[in-house]
Design a protein around this ligand. Structure first.
Ligand code: ATP
Ligand code: MG
Length: 204
């Protein structure tokens, strides 16, 4: 089996995430994709983040009914901040016989050399880089080639239509009470409204 792992803050989840997961699955012929909301992402410590439980619920509401998508609460249950390499060690131990594919947007992929244990990450999983507006993959690919010459066949790129949206932009709209229709799944919008998740936030 080929299993896709898709980590993120998902604050909130939006259609960019869903399209990325769907197209990565199709392109790499994955059997399923597991969404993994982050607990305390190391690069977001100190920022105002929606409680993990609420972010988890948004992901469950969005993908819970999709037979080939699943959600893992492993990262949010960890007490220490987790790095991708830790998460991959965990999933590799859970699925020793499966091939793991870690899906990420181009912005994250370009930053891979700065992550904890990039070599180990590439041993544990293949990387699937999704095109994201504003990030030219050709440029970072050169850098990745240099650094990870032996593992470069484990980095894959998938074309996706440019969906120039981010959670940051959506938080901003939500705070301003502007429409996020069609950009966030309807049941997630309802959950955000019912829980007042982005009311009065000033961090975006
Ligand atoms: P924020 O603005 O808070 O950083 P985000 O929109 O980047 O939010 P994350 O939860 O940080 O969302 O992203 C999870 C993963 O999804 C990352 O690998 C990111 O690169 C990818 N991703 C997010 N939005 C898009 C998009 N519009 N197109 C392609 N990939 C995306
Ligand atoms: Mg991001």
């Amino acid at each position: 089996m080929k299993i896709g792992l898709f980590g993120g803050t998902f604050d909130p989840l939006h259609i960019g995430h869903l399209v990325a997961a769907r197209l990565a699955k199709e392109a790499m012929q994955l059997d399923r994709v597991i969404f993994i909301p982050a607990g305390i992402p190391p690069h977001k410590i100190g920022q105002d983040i929606t409680p993990s439980e609420k972010r988890l619920q948004m992901v469950v509401l969005a993908v819970g009914y999709e037979p080939d998508f699943a959600v893992s609460d492993w990262e949010i249950l960890q007490e220490e901040p987790t790095y991708t390499v830790d998460t991959l060690e965990f999933f590799a131990s859970q699925f020793p016989d499966e091939e793991l594919y870690f899906i990420m947007g181009a912005d994250m992929l370009c930053d891979l050399p700065n992550w904890q244990g990039p070599q180990r990450i590439l041993e544990l999983a293949r990387i699937v880089g999704m095109k994201r507006p504003g990030f030219v993959l050709d440029e970072c690919h050169g850098k990745l080639l240099e650094l990870f010459a032996d593992a470069v066949d484990r980095i894959h790129y998938v074309e996706m239509p440019g969906l120039e949206i981010s959670s940051t932009w959506l938080r901003d709209r939500l705070q301003q009470k502007r429409s996020v229709d069609y950009l966030i799944p309807e049941r997630v919008i309802r959950f955000i409204e019912e829980n007042g998740l982005y009311d009065g936030r000033t961090d975006s």
